[in-house]
Design a protein around this ligand. Structure first.
Ligand code: OFO
Length: 196
């Protein structure tokens, strides 16, 4: 049965000490910092995997720029230099998102080398790389949709980037359909027109 404080049972010392204990608990709570929340483990793993993909893209374009410089496609080289710099920014933003969510990015080891047999081969590979990454980010969105809307929104930015990249390389591929890709002169003109 519930105890009622009647005039007879009223014990001011007891009540005072209860108030003091209550205050102590409150003060203890006030100096105890909340441990901030992190992302769910599966999302952390997904973002670390995409971080690896962005670094893979960085090395891909770094190799592409080097190759273009080596064979003297200076305009394409400058273009791929910019692409490489963009990929570093994409990688950086994923790391910033992870640290913002109190996680330490786990940078995966990635493939750093790439070989190209010509400018067409390079553009084919770039298109495939961007297309595959678009599929990955799109699949990530489907997985994350219900569980973590904030990360869904974050990944939307990457889907938008990928759509832009796929469209850009589609344009180059369409332009290559218009020339004789076995003609060195045509390829030189292509480089001049589209990367100039
Ligand atoms: Fe990061 O956009 Fe290309 O891959």
């Amino acid at each position: 049965m519930e105890d009622f404080v009647t005039f007879k049972s009223f014990d001011s010392d007891k009540i005072e000490s209860q108030i003091e204990r209550g205050m102590e608990t409150l003060i203890e709570k006030a100096v105890e910092p909340i441990v901030p929340k992190a992302l769910p483990k599966e999302i952390e793993l997904t973002l670390n995997a995409r971080l690896g993909d962005e670094y893979t893209a960085y090395y891909f374009y770094r190799n592409a720029a080097n190759w273009c410089k080596g064979v003297n496609f200076p305009k394409a080289a400058a273009f791929f230099e910019k692409e490489a710099a963009g990929e570093l920014e994409h990688a950086q933003a994923i790391q910033d998102y992870l640290t913002q969510w109190n996680l330490y990015p786990d940078i995966p080891a990635v493939e750093t080398g790439r070989a190209f047999l010509g400018l067409v081969d390079l553009i084919n590979q770039a298109y495939e790389l961007e297309w595959n990454l678009l599929q990955k980010y799109s699949d990530d969105q489907k997985e994350i949709f219900r569980d973590h809307p904030a990360t869904f929104n974050f990944i939307q930015g990457y889907v938008d980037i990928q759509v832009g990249e796929v469209a850009e390389y589609s344009d180059y591929l369409n332009a290559l359909q218009l020339i004789d890709t076995r003609s060195k002169l045509d390829i030189l003109m292509f480089e001049d027109k589209y990367f100039g």
